[in-house]
Design a protein. Sequence first.
Length: 269
Amino acid sequence: GLGVAAGPSLGIALGGAIAATYGWRMAFIAIGLPGVLVSLAVLLLIREPRAAKSRPPIATPPLLETIRLFAANPTLAWTACTAALSAFVGYGSSSWTAAFLMRERGMSLAEGAAYFSLTSGVAAVSGMFLSGWLVDRWAKRSPRAYALVPGLAFLLAAPCLLAAVWAPDWRWSLLFLFPASLCLNTFLAPAVTIVQNAVAPERRAASSAILLFTLNLIGLGGGPVYVGMISDHFGSLALGLSALAPVAVLTMLAQYMASRTFRPVAAEG
């Protein structure tokens, strides 16, 4: 999960610096080329792991059956819902914040590459790691911590996001964006853990894919479009980003509902 949190910030830092010096086309080339090189390295240097000979093969359950069981499980269904809403706010914010700071708060491209990338990167990685650590500790007392920790974080994220958007200067915006970004990155580690613990081993890969498909379809597919449409309508990215605050509160309510489904039972199967 730390790679998901750190990757965009590294992209902003490297891409922004290159774009400021050599133009945006060269930035795309510089960001894309390492992925091609890493792909070749994985293809040529890493071998497929071999299953232990003594381990009996596990039959892969039908995908449609796994989807049905996923949807019928209240804990999994609510977890997918909370992850989708969380990603909606997170992707909606991260997709437009840099543009907002440059267009409406006077931050330059070079300043964004240096300061915004550092702020967002440290905050995202800290939120991802901190949420996992807190849930590991508090879930020993109550499994509801898997939902309540990110739920409380999103409740704190709403006023921080509003303060960042309506701050008079990009430096003040970054000050409030740090806790906002930290809180918005608390949902993934607990959500993935819930899925891994709630299904049988032979369903874990497909169930994790269902979770990621749902959160990306709704979060990545809807969040940036939602902010952009409101911004286009009112002519203000500040209003578009502010519209994410009610969704963050709705996410907190969904996390509370999810927490009510948790009970300390063994995985199915």
